[in-house]
Design a protein around this ligand. Structure first.
Ligand SMILES: Nc1ncnc2c1ncn2[C@@H]1O[C@H](COP(=O)(O)OP(=O)(O)OP(=O)(O)O)[C@@H](O)[C@H]1O
Ligand SMILES: [Mg+2]
Length: 307
């Protein structure tokens, strides 16, 4: 059953189609990801679902209730992660939670606040001031603030941007913990690894449009090419020649080398070195790996996720 239904959403800023006819459904209890590069329209899409930005066209409903024109009707069902800049520096973690409870006219009991702190593993920081928290801890606090009204759906807009890999992993655990409490989660990210390990399904977005929606596995399997070979060369290699020499299904030039997809690893590598020898160029940093969501994006848009 879908808890969120998005149908033909459009948002224009002047001539710019920030969100261009976007439709998808989010199932109860799933972790749904919107993956895309800067400016793809992820935040704008999220804000229209959250009731913060009015669409130019299309409709959104949460639990069958239309968000527009009266977003007040769905407010009690959702929790929205605020950006850390909106936090009040001189309040303690516990005080922040109590304050946010009061925004919803809730008097949070001690047990309730303990539960929220547990969900984001901030119990040991409950008496710390916000400005004494690390970036990752602030992100976790802002997620707990999205949970004070016990929402059914939680929206997280790039919850791990700017965090180091270790803090990112801890945050993934927090997201999983919230999910295990039965909440539906919609998050945006431009980290393909995050979408891959965390999300049940992923909508890949670029230039205002949803390109594909599926489980990470099916998106990757849909590429058909089983492996990816990356390498560098001391010379500029002709892509068309390389393609015919290696029998690759596709080949592209990335910022620091070449990326080639193939279903015949051995044949392609032999072909690659043969071609290198003939053209007198050296092949360096060769690696072979399985395809990932980055490759899915590359396949559909002809460019990388990172800019
Ligand atoms: N208030 C606004 N006025 C004009 N243009 C806007 C406004 N908000 C967003 N845009 C433009 O709409 C497009 C989509 O922006 P959006 O913030 O939704 O992208 P995003 O996918 O969230 O990107 P990021 O990964 O950088 O957060 C961008 O080109 C952006 O410049
Ligand atoms: Mg954004």
């Amino acid at each position: 059953m879908n808890v969120i239904e998005v149908n033909g959403l459009v948002k224009n800023y002047g001539d710019l189609k920030a969100v261009d006819n976007v439709s998808f459904g989010v199932e109860v209890g799933e972790i749904f990801g919107i993956l895309g590069p800067n400016g793809a329209g992820k935040t704008t899409t999220l804000e229209m679902i959250e009731g913060l930005r009015q669409p130019d066209a299309g409709s959104v409903s949460i639990k069958g209730i239309q968000v527009w024109p009266d977003p007040g009707a769905t407010k009690a069902l959702i929790g929205v992660q605020l950006q850390t800049t909106a936090l009040f520096d001189y309040l303690t973690v516990r005080e922040m939670l109590a304050l946010f409870g009061s925004f919803y006219r809730l008097r949070l009991t001690r047990e309730k606040i303990d539960g929220l702190l547990d969900a984001v593993s901030l119990k040991d920081k409950q008496k710390s001031r916000v400005n004494e928290l690390s970036g990752g801890q602030q992100q976790r606090l802002s997620i707990s603030l999205a949970l004070v009204n016990d929402p059914e759906v939680v929206f997280l807009d790039e919850p791990t941007t700017g965090l180091d890999p270790q803090a990112r992993r801890r945050l993934w655990d927090v997201v999983r913990e919230i999910s295990s409490r039965g909440k539906t989660i919609v998050l945006t990210t431009h980290y393909m690894e995050e979408a891959e390990v965390l999300c049940g399904r992923v909508a890949i977005m670029d230039a205002g449009r949803v390109i594909e929606i599926d489980t990470p596995k099916d998106l990757i399997d849909g590429l058909g090419a089983e492996v990816k070979i990356t390498f560098r060369s001391d010379r500029n290699l002709e892509l068309a020649e390389l393609k015919s020499a290696t029998g690759a299904s596709d080949i592209s030039k990335a910022d620091d080398g070449y990326v080639l997809h193939t279903s015949d690893v051995q044949g392609s590598i032999v072909g690659l070195f043969g071609h290198a020898q003939k053209s007198g160029s050296a092949i360096e940093n060769l690696s072979v790996s399985g395809a990932d969501l980055e490759d899915v994006f590359l396949h559909h848009t002809g460019k990388g996720l990172r800019d």
